[in-house]
Design a protein around this ligand. Structure first.
Ligand code: SF4
Length: 285
């Protein structure tokens, strides 16, 4: 970043805002120092701060898990969870599209071909718009289990590793298991223990609409990012970084209660059907 004072005098961007967010990992208070844009920006511009927040919350949550004698069982070369449906927010979808757009041409062509392959596989099973509707609908937990059965890997998964590790969505950062990895291929049958981490990724589903009279949530399947972005140009209202963080905290508080309600609905339905969707990556969501 350029020297802030010089840029301000020259009429350039304002120097970044510093904010300390007091978060919790379990019962432990976790102050997280963030740098945020002072100028009006779209929500994509605060993603680096949100990624830092989630990284620190995840680290603290893993330490809390290890203090109980358990440990994370995720390991390099295991991408079972990358075959689940990965719902991301509208502005994360645009940020991921930007990641692809910045790739060198040959790499970009390769990645877009992988997305085209995933679209073709999914479209052979179900219309793509129906998939997007299902992951945004009230029965999204059941659909997540069905989607895992489709066996379509995230287009960024290569050699069972994430090829955009530094840029991966928040939900991918938050998803860690502490049960044997063999169980990760049995989504929908229970038995997958997910490390308890406050799910900031869920708040992002409504962060861009939190101030509207009737805030809505948007979940974009990661495997359909180019398809979705082509049909939904970015038209977010700009506000400064602290404004976005206020929206994020508001959305976090709302999404907690809504997640719980949706999860309870899914559990009741699963109990009625004598099969549990516990362990799905989209739970709660
Ligand atoms: S972005 Fe990376 S971590 Fe997330 S589902 Fe895709 S391959 Fe897996």
């Amino acid at each position: 970043m350029s020297e802030p004072d010089q840029e301000t005098e020259a009429g350039g961007p304002l120097p970044p805002l510093q904010m300390t967010l007091r978060w919790y990992a379990g019962d432990e208070e976790l102050p997280v120092d963030l740098l945020l844009p002072a100028d009006p920006v779209g929500p994509q511009a605060v993603l680096p701060a949100l990624q830092k927040l989630v990284n620190e919350v995840v680290d603290a949550s893993v330490k809390a898990l290890e203090a109980t004698g358990r440990s994370v069982s995720c390991k390099a070369g295991c991408g079972a969870c990358c075959r689940q449906i990965v719902p991301i927010s509208d502005f994360e979808a645009h940020a991921i599209a930007d990641v692809i757009a910045r790739m060198p041409e040959a790499r970009r062509a390769h990645v877009l071909q992988r997305f085209a392959d995933a679209e073709r596989q999914l479209a052979a099973i179900k219309p793509l718009d129906d998939i997007i509707a299902d992951i945004n609908g009230p029965d999204r937990y059941d659909f997540a289990v069905a989607y895992f059965g489709y066996g379509v890997a995230c287009p960024f998964l290569e050699d069972e590793s994430c090829s955009i590790y530094q840029d991966r969505p928040l939900i991918c950062r938050e998803y860690l298991v502490h049960t044997p990895v063999e169980r990760c291929s049995t989504v929908g049958q229970g038995g997958i223990g997910v490390v308890p981490i406050s799910r900031a990724s869920k708040a992002l589903f409504r962060m861009s609409t939190i101030t509207d009279e009737a805030p809505s949530e948007t979940r974009v399947p990661l495997s359909l990012v180019p398809y979705w972005v082509a049909r939904h140009p970015a038209d977010f209202k700009n506000t400064n970084g602290s404004g976005w963080m206020v929206r994020f905290v508001d959305a976090m508080m709302q999404s907690d209660s809504e997640e719980e309600a949706a999860w309870q609905r899914a559990k009741k339905k699963a109990a009625d059907q004598a099969s549990s969707p516990a362990g799905s990556m989209v739970a709660p969501g």
